[in-house]
Design a protein around this ligand. Structure first.
Ligand SMILES: [Zn+2]
Length: 198
């Protein structure tokens, strides 16, 4: 079991217009599509629309993974940017879903996590959430906004393995110790389908 990460392990990614402009909301009244805003000290910070877009991209991938989770998982052999650049194998989809849930649990406080669980993970609409959590509509949507902003930031800044950009996450970054077993069993570039229980 891995060591629990603390805040000291979170290194901040470089937020500037080149990293945010592609995902900012053009109609955003704060950044007008540039994706950054200025802090009081003059430094640049990502706009909320960027952080929420990052959350939504990760959430959408999580839902896709969850929808296909009844199917057979694919173990992939991958060339990695690991210490030795060797091959490793992983159940990427399952790994992503686990990371998405664990990081969210660790990032949100208890009340935020309840909302996240009901609304995002279990799919309850705002009426059901408000009734269950005894909240009014305004407070609920403010909380959802805050949760998505908070998680988007952590998904992009988490080190050593950010969930976003998804392309990099799924591109075969080495996440586990390489195993000689996978290499010797399947050879270069092979893929093998195993049941999830395997
Ligand atoms: Zn914005």
């Amino acid at each position: 079991m891995g060591k629990r990460r603390g805040p000291e392990d979170i290194l901040y990614m470089q937020w500037d217009r080149s990293t945010t402009i592609g995902i900012a909301k053009v109609s955003c009244t704060f950044c007008h599509g540039h994706g950054t805003r200025f802090r009081r000290n003059g430094s640049e910070a990502p706009c909320d629309c960027v952080l929420r877009a990052i959350f939504r991209a990760c959430f959408s991938r999580f839902r896709q993974c969850a929808l296909s989770s009844g199917h057979v998982g694919t173990v992939r052999l991958e060339f990695c940017r690991g210490r030795e650049g060797r091959r490793t194998y992983s159940l990427k989809r399952e790994e992503f879903m686990a990371d998405f849930c664990l990081v969210s649990r660790r990032t949100l406080d208890d009340q935020e996590y309840k909302i996240f669980r009901f609304h995002h993970l279990l799919g309850a609409d705002w009426r059901l959430c408000c009734r269950r959590l005894e909240m009014d509509r305004g407070d609920f949507f403010h909380a959802v906004y805050r949760i998505e902003k908070k998680l988007g930031k952590v998904f992009a800044e988490l080190q050593p393995y950010p969930l976003y950009p998804l392309r990099d996450y799924f591109a075969g970054v080495a996440r586990k110790e390489e195993t000689g077993l996978a290499t010797s069993m399947f050879g270069t570039g092979a893929r093998v389908a195993l049941p999830l229980s395997a």
